[in-house]
Ligand binder design. Structure first.
Ligand code: NAI
Length: 342
């Protein structure tokens, strides 16, 4: 059995609780991991003077994979977001968010199964803003051929390696003819390399309307940074919200897997946090590491546990259980074996 060395950043707030839960569940699934654990955020600042110490970056560059809990970002003053610093320093250009309906999480639609791929490095998030004259500001939207081509290739490669049939590029090229026009052109160029995958496109406002009327029609969505930020949260809302959706930030130098939610200071340390979003991120991580069997067993166990009664689900998704109850139920289910072939 391969042993994986993985950087572990538990974060703060509910981060240590949900990461501890996920670490136990991965152990119960039989994957052999040596965790390299580091503090980030306020705790790291107090210990070393930097909320994102250099040794963390070195560890991720060495291991190529990190599992990260949420980190509180001070509002107004204090250090800047370590999430943004991590993405920039490691050039984690692809944000991946699979959004799938789950049993016993009551939502408006069933059978939602969408992969949202978001470009993570440019667009209106380039941070290029200035005041032209008092009362007039300019915010620059940067779209490059290089970044648009690599994210389009990422989406098609994901489709190819995960048996997906269709990639839909989302844009507003009817208005932003140059910037969104370039993004769309790059998508179309890359699509020619993947003749067996359907490539089409939609204008972003039309996409939003269709997502809330029939999200089951979509497969992989490919978006620029800002549209991706908004649409990925909308998509999460369709299957139960941020507490149940995992995510990843992926680049050439490494990949950081993390839940989408924050550090939830209101429930921290109370054994109430739902580890599901973190666990879904860990499942993505196991796929990335080639551990398809354990990833599938954990996914199957999630379905079973969510279906097995409110005492095994946390309160945010209508259950009566604690973080520990969910973790124990997952480990018991994994030990018993969840697949008919087991
Ligand atoms: P939040 O996601 O932490 O909390 C929003 C609401 O959702 C709260 O009521 C919370 O109790 C609930 N919630 C969140 N995750 C939950 C879980 N796993 N189980 C059960 N309930 C859950 O968002 P908020 O309050 O805006 O942010 C708190 C802090 O987290 C801020 O400092 C923010 O900057 C940081 N943050 C960090 C992120 C990261 O490190 N990736 C992402 C988003 C926010």
């Amino acid at each position: 059995m391969t042993q994986h060395k993985i950087t572990l950043l538990p974060g703060d707030g509910i981060g240590p609780e949900v990461t501890a839960s996920v670490v136990s569940i991965i152990e119960c699934s039989g994957v052999d991991v040596e965790w390299e654990k580091f503090f980030v955020g306020a705790e790291a600042l107090a210990r070393s003077g930097d909320p994102l110490p250099g040794e963390v970056i070195e560890s991720i560059l060495r291991n190529k994979v990190a599992l990260k809990g949420p980190v509180t970002t001070p509002i107004g003053t204090g250090f800047s977001s370590i999430n943004v610093r991590l993405r920039k320093t490691l050039d984690l250009y692809a944000n991946l968010r699979p959004v799938k309906s789950m049993p016993n999480i009551i939502t408006r639609f069933e059978n939602v199964d969408i992969i949202v791929v978001r470009e993570n490095t440019e667009d209106l998030y380039s941070g290029l803003e200035h005041e032209v004259v008092p009362g007039v500001v300019e915010s620059l939207k940067i779209i490059t051929e290089k970044a648009s081509t690599r994210i389009a290739r990422f989406a098609f490669e994901y489709a190819r390696t995960h048996g997906r049939k269709r990639v839909t590029a989302i844009h507003k090229a009817n208005i932003m003819k140059l910037s969104d026009g370039l993004f769309l052109q790059c998508f179309r160029n890359v699509s020619k390399e993947y003749p067996s995958i359907v490539a089409d496109d939609k204008i972003v406002d039309n996409l939003c309307m269709q997502m809330v009327t029939d999200p089951t029609q979509f497969d992989i969505l490919l978006l620029e940074n800002l549209y991706g930020d908004i649409v990925s949260d909308l998509a999460a809302g369709l299957v139960g919200g941020l507490g149940v959706v995992g995510g990843a930030n992926i680049g050439e130098s490494g990949a950081v897997f993390e839940a989408v939610h924050g550090s939830a200071p209101d429930i921290a340390g109370q054994n109430k946090a739902n580890p599901l979003a973190m666990l879904k991120s860990a499942v993505l991580m196991l796929h990335h590491l080639g551990e398809m069997g354990p990833a599938q067993r954990i996914d199957d166990a999630i379905m079973k546990v969510l279906d097995s009664g409110p005492e095994h689900r946390t309160r945010d998704i209508g259950g009566r259980g604690t973080t520990a109850d969910f973790t124990t139920a997952m480990c018991e289910t994994l030990r018993k074996g969840t697949r008919t072939s087991d």
